[in-house]
Ligand binder design. Structure first.
Ligand code: MLT
Length: 273
């Protein structure tokens, strides 16, 4: 792990060479939610995890609650490590950050993976609910308002067949701080509709959604694929909003394919004549 007050904590999650896959986690979690999917990536694909500001081992470091500033912090951290570009993959909140990165640092993002996320902004009621939760968490210095989230994040199949994921997710949530949770809710509430980013993004886009995702359902995934210039959709059967945790192998295969699409643009395959 690497961390300073100005930079975010990063983690090598899969060994390999060349352009890395940068994995951005969902809320209210940290890089650990990507560990199983990273391990299932094709051989040689390098993957780096990061803890977003105020989550896991990353400090808030005075960063305002805006995803634009989160994207800048991720970019600054990668550049400090000598990474000139990446295939950026984000799940849910991580996807919101990935879109902000593509908007603000288009030269850095050579491929975009949007997993169980959406490009649209919050409706007014959802935004108000986020701010309400942020206030509750701050005033009570408690994680109670988010401890029941695994029930909404995991799909119905996981509720029946992968019961072990419930205590696992809860343990990851319990490791977060009330200040980080409140900060992330405020940052997500402030985000605009970033569908136009997909309309202009030049690289390959992979959209992945759990068939049982109730938080950012299939209709949101289809909206992103249609907006993208070069988009591909993977629907993960029997998985909910945490598809990367519920079915890491299927999500890893979709990311591996995205990485290959990026590589083929740089080095197109040659016919053997
Ligand atoms: C997440 O999984 O990151 C959250 O569900 C995102 C959100 O609250 O919009």
């Amino acid at each position: 792990m690497t961390t300073t007050s100005a930079l975010l904590a990063t983690y090598p999650l899969h060994e390999g060479a060349g352009t890395p896959v940068l994995l951005l986690h969902g809320f209210p979690l940290d890089h650990r939610m990507w560990a199983a999917a990273a391990q299932a990536l094709p051989e040689g694909v390098r993957a780096i995890g990061v803890d977003l500001p105020g989550q896991g081992h990353s400090d808030l470091g005075g960063i305002p609650p805006r995803l634009e500033d989160v994207a800048d912090a991720v970019h600054r951290t990668m550049r400090a490590q000598g990474e000139g570009n990446a295939v950026v993959v984000g799940l849910s909140m991580g996807g919101y950050v990935a879109l902000a990165l593509a908007e603000r640092h288009p030269g850095f993002v050579v491929g975009l993976g949007l997993v169980d996320t959406k490009s649209t902004a919050d409706l007014d009621a959802a935004r108000a609910n986020r701010l309400r939760i942020a206030d509750l968490v701050t005033e009570g210095q408690t994680l109670d308002p988010v401890l029941s989230m695994p029930g909404a994040l995991l799909g119905t199949t996981s509720a029946e067949q992968r019961r072990n994921l419930f205590p696992l997710l809860e343990s990851w949530i319990r490791a977060q701080s009330p200040s980080g949770v409140a900060w992330a809710q405020r940052a997500m509430a402030a985000r605009p509709d970033r569908t136009p980013v997909l309309e202009t993004f030049d690289g390959p886009v992979a959209v992945v959604v759990g068939a049982e995702d109730q938080v950012t359902p299939l209709v949101e995934a289809e909206h992103m694929v249609h907006a993208a210039r070069d988009g591909a959709l993977t629907v993960v059967p029997a998985a909910g909003h945490m598809s990367a945790v519920e079915d890491p192998a299927t999500v890893a295969a979709a990311i591996g394919l995205l990485h290959r699409r990026v590589a083929e643009r740089t080095n197109p395959p040659r016919w053997p004549w």
